[in-house]
Structure formats: C-alpha cells, structure tokens
Design a protein around this ligand. Sequence first.
Ligand code: HH2
Length: 277
Amino acid sequence: MYLTCGKFKLPLTRPLIMGVLNVTPDSFSDGGRFIQLKQSLVHAHALIAEGADILDIGGESTRPGAAPVSLDEERRRVLPVLESLAGSTVALSIDTQKPELMREAVAAGAAMVNDVNGFRAPGAFEAVADSNAAICIMHMQNDPRSMQQNPGYDDVTLEVRDYLAARIKAAAAAGITGERIVIDPGFGFGKTLEHNLKLLRELCYFSALGCALLAGLSRKAMLGKITGRERDQRLHASTAAALIAVQNGANIVRVHDVAATRDVLAVWHAVSHAAVT
Ligand code: HH2
C-alpha cells in the first residue's frame, strides 16, 4: 500500500513522520525575512537529517484564537522556503487553507497539500486535482478563532468519520482518488480533552475509510492538560501520543520532535514486525 505524493510513492507499511516547519515570522523587515528564510532552511535540514519523511510547511498559525493571515503575506512566508527546498529528498507539504496558494505551492514543488479546513473553500479541490499531489483532509469544527468555544458532538468519532467520508466522496467527484488522500480527525480543532481522548482511543475506526490516516498530537494543549506541562515541555507526552496513534492505526504522525519520535516508532516497528521463531 502506497500514498501517491507528487513524485514520491510513500510506503504505508511503516509509520511515516511528518516534521512541522512553521514559517510565522516575528519580524517583517527585509532583513528579518532573509534571516527567517535562513533559519527555516536550517530547521528543515535538521528535520530531514533526523529522519522526517515529509516536511509540513505552514505560514499561518492555526492555534486556537489565531488571527488569519492575508494571501500575500502567507505567500511571502512559505514560497521562498518551498522553492529553496524543492528537489530535496523528502516530500514537501504545504499547510494552507487558500486555494490560490495551494496551486502556486504545487507548481513550486509541493508534493502534498494539507488543509485544516478540509478543502471546503470554493476551488480548493480544483486547485490540486490536475496534479499528482497528495491531499490531507482534516476535520475542524468551526474555525480557529471560535473552535474551542464550547465544542459539542453527540458522538465525536461517528460525526468526524461521517464528515471525512463525505469529504473523500467530494474529492473523488473532483477527480482525486483514494491513493492520493490522507484523512485526519484534527486533534484539538473544535474538540475538548474528552473528545480528543475518545478519538485517539477509537482511531482505528477511521482506517475503514480506506485512506492513509494522519494524527497530529505533538505538543498540543490536550497533552498540557494531562501533564500540567507547558508547550516546550511536552516531548515525552508527544512521543507517547504518537505511539498510541500508530498502535491504533495512524500511518503518518505530524510532529515537532522528529528524532525522538523516530526512535519510539523504531522500537514499536521492531516489536510488531519481529519474526516469530
Ligand atoms: N495541527 C496543526 C496545524 N496543522 N494539520 C493537520 N493535518 N493535522 C493537525 O493536527 C494539525 C495541522 C496545529 O498544530 P499546533 O501544534 O497547534 O501548531 P503548529 O503545529 O503549527 O506548531
């Protein structure tokens, strides 16, 4: 089983690691931009050296309460990074909700488009349909500004599963077939801690939809709630969450700490694929 991801055919027989590369600069001067680009490239090469299979490049924060970024600004942040990394040994993913940027990113070499909005913007599927880029369809209730204000479901697993099934159908209608599709329940996107825990426990239900399954739990607030730790102190909790996700059927984990996750998953892989004598 493979994921078609631009020029890459990524095997789904072992868990894949998607390293997070955020390009959300504090400085908006030209000098700041140049420094930002250099820092982003250093970080990207470190993630590749640590063993990332995919790099997810994002220029708009989607953390709860984050304000939207204009198309021009997002473009200025991510395209130079993408262009500088095109031709590298790993698949490049662009994390955006904007169809115009999806199209430009694919033309610049992105092998995957990751949309936390599930390609619901008009023209989003069409922006990638003619390419062979993979798409990651994520579930989010409401939008980043309002999603954590009282999220509610009758049964979160069933509702998220039905949503993803409907989006897979919509993608197929736009000409994007299963071997290019990744689905993601969207941990932390319009979900309470209890919703997130139930989704993680019941993750295997999503495998039945027949697409590659991604889980993004790294450093998230739910892990802070469980451990009482700040964002930069959540490494151990993040690797535990990645391991549980993989045990429950995730094919791809989206993480900030690639080296640690890789070691944890190598142990899991060795145990679960050991020859029985
Ligand atoms: N989470 C964040 C951003 N993009 N994409 C997918 N497919 N799945 C996710 O879970 C996901 C995502 C937000 O993660 P956060 O840790 O809040 O911020 P960041 O990863 O940008 O540092």
